[in-house]
Design a protein around this ligand. Structure first.
Ligand code: NAD
Ligand code: DAU
Length: 381
């Protein structure tokens, strides 16, 4: 039997970000066994991991993080010494319709995983030594920032993100690691609660935890209920693009592989009990990013650039729609030397090209249940 140097449980590994993290760890660390635990909800898709599924250091387990006995069993079976916890319900619009599912998975599921890790690790002779519980959270727990400089100001830090003027910074405030939690949606409230439980397990039991809060991710394998893949697919099929409110809300975008690289660096070198913000200093108003996506899809499909602008359809705003998110990731950049590798224009080009080249993936995930869900959510908006 092969003995692995580490046994790392990655939850939610069949989802968007999780699949990139699993791929990175499986390929980069053949000496680690990577156990991908996922319930395969509508958002989990094993096709995201086809390229690594036969690697000798990869194991997939279909399970629900809320199943406490199962979590205990898996900790022992695989001698888990590190956890990277991404499994969650992740879509704000769904949380507005069905908050219970978010409380169950994001709060109770995280607690179940924490307790299973605690019982298993405390029962070992070395206890918490060499262990790590790394919880992946979101910038949405901090609430929303104001648009104090609508014209945009140059941020006072070095960034490898694009230098195009219109997405530098839309306000003078940023989310810092010590920004007070102020979640507004059922999704962010459930993530905030799970973050508190993780920190409580450190403070109460001494569990070696880390929490990171990341901004909006974009890239391949994102479920097309989220802005960028949804709009790419709609433009391709010349379907309306439902822009919430006036399209003025600001999000801070990071290429998903850069997030996965940050997770790698933090898992290995981050300090126990610390929080790190992850983001690329890359703010965009929704309407501006939508125009870039339209132009890119049109160009790559051989259409006249911008000819699909008339698909933009302003619809009723999202309830409680947060105005602006902007992450300050200086701590991570200075202390651990991470920085985003891609210019935004490069990242969006890669992303659009990937979705256009992977129509089969898109057709699979947009058929069946997803389509019914989409109709029930957006009809009449
Ligand atoms: P996703 O919705 O694409 O994937 C979530 C995965 O979790 C799916 O594979 C799903 O099957 C699995 N899952 C859901 N409930 C489960 C359960 N009860 N038990 C086991 N598995 C379950 O989400 P994502 O966008 O990849 O986000 C991953 C994590 O990163 C989440 O915790 C999210 O809050 C956080 N995050 C996401 C972003 C973003 O922009 N997408 C940004 C910051 C943080
Ligand atoms: O900030 C990090 C968060 O980013 C993550 O924690 C969440 O898991 C992730 O889903 C994402 O949340 P957002 O709500 O910001 O992402 P979404 O893609 O749903 O929406 C991005 C912006 O676009 C938001 O302002 C709402 C708007 N929007 C979205 C959709 C789906 C539209 O205008 N129309 C749409 O159809």
């Amino acid at each position: 039997m092969t003995t692995f140097k580490r046994n790392i449980l990655i939850t939610g590994g069949a989802g968007f970000i999780g699949s990139h993290v699993v791929r990175l760890f499986v390929n980069k660390y053949p000496e680690y066994r990577i156990i991908n635990l996922d319930k395969l909800t509508y958002a989990g898709n094993l096709a995201n991991l086809k390229d690594i599924e036969n690697q000798p250091n990869y194991v997939f387990v279909k399970a629900d993080i809320c199943d406490y006995e199962k979590m205990q069993e898996l900790m022992e079976l695989y001698h888990v010494d590190g956890i990277i916890h991404l499994a969650a319900e992740s879509h704000v619009d769904r949380s507005i319709k069905d908050p219970f599912t978010f409380a169950r998975t994001n709060v109770m599921g995280t607690l179940s995983l924490l307790q299973a890790a605690k019982v298993y690790w405390e029962g070992l002779p070395e206890k918490y030594e060499g262990k790590r519980f790394y919880h992946i959270s979101t910038d949405e727990v901090y609430g929303a920032l104001e648009m104090t400089h609508p014209e945009g100001i140059e941020p006072p830090f070095t960034t490898t993100a694009s230098s195009s003027e219109h997405h530098l910074a839309y306000g003078k405030d940023f989310f810092y690691e010590d920004t007070k939690y102020n979640p507004h949606s059922p999704y962010s409230a459930s993530k905030a609660s799970s973050d508190h439980f993780v920190r409580a397990f450190h403070d109460t039991y001494g569990m070696p935890t880390i929490v990171t809060n990341c901004s909006n991710n974009y890239g391949p394998y994102q479920f097309p209920e989220k802005l960028i893949p949804l709009f790419i697919n709609n433009i391709r099929h010349r379907k309306p693009l439902p822009v919430y409110g006036k399209g003025e809300n600001v999000r801070d975008w990071l290429y998903v592989e850069d997030h996965a690289r940050a997770i790698d660096v933090i898992f290995h070198n981050g300090k126990t009990a610390e929080t790190y913000n992850i983001g690329g200093f890359n703010e965009w108003k929704n309407i501006d990013i939508i125009k870039v996506v339209i132009n890119t899809v049109d160009r790559l499909l051989g259409r006249k650039e911008g000819e699909d602008m008339d698909l933009i359809t302003y619809v009723t705003d999202r309830l409680g729609h947060d105005m602006r998110y902007a992450i300050d990731s200086t701590k991570l950049q200075k202390e651990l030397g991470w920085e985003p590798s891609l210019q935004f224009e490069e990242g969006i080009e890669k992303t659009v090209r990937w979705y256009l080249d992977n129509q089969e993936w898109m057709d699979n995930v947009t058929s069946g249940d997803y389509q019914k869900y989409y109709d029930s959510m957006y009809k009449g908006r």
